[in-house]
Write a protein that binds this ligand. Structure first.
Ligand SMILES: [Zn+2]
Length: 141
């Protein structure tokens, strides 16, 4: 798989509906799985949060599926934005790293820092480039 998306949170997030074994194949466009921080050197260096999650799209099995101008990608982005919005109600800010293929013990560090809100993902203003590190923030409406 190529460029995974890793999400960090100081609180545990409700991911049950997104886990691969509980997933309803007829709907749902993203998978969210917990990641063992202790097992990954990169995770320990990059994230200050205790809980980590690996996010991928159902149709590609990785985060590439969020990019592109087609229905599946758009649905995946919408679902990711909704998941982040719900997660932000539990945890005021989240960390999101667009990882490289060899994420784990690669020694990689983020190359760009930015803020992102759920609506930025919906409108796809940002895009995801490996090396991007985002602080995911609640948007004022
Ligand atoms: Zn891919």
């Amino acid at each position: 798989m190529c460029h995974p998306l890793v999400l960090g949170s100081v609180e545990p997030l409700p991911i049950l509906q997104y886990t691969p074994d509980r997933h309803d194949e007829t709907d749902g466009h993203i998978y969210v799985d917990s990641l063992d921080k202790a097992a990954s050197y990169d995770s320990q260096v990059i994230f200050s949060t205790r809980f980590l999650y690996y996010i991928s799209t159902r149709h590609t099995g990785d985060a590439c599926g969020f990019s592109g101008d087609y229905d599946e990608a758009e649905s995946a982005r919408r679902e990711l934005a909704a998941f982040l919005e719900r997660s932000l109600e539990i945890c005021a800010d989240l960390q999101l790293f667009v990882a490289f293929t060899d994420y784990g013990d690669s020694g990689v560090v983020p190359s760009r820092f930015d803020y992102v809100g759920p609506s930025d993902i919906r409108t796809w203003m940002t895009g995801f480039t490996p090396g991007d590190f985002f602080q995911v923030i609640r948007e004022v409406v």
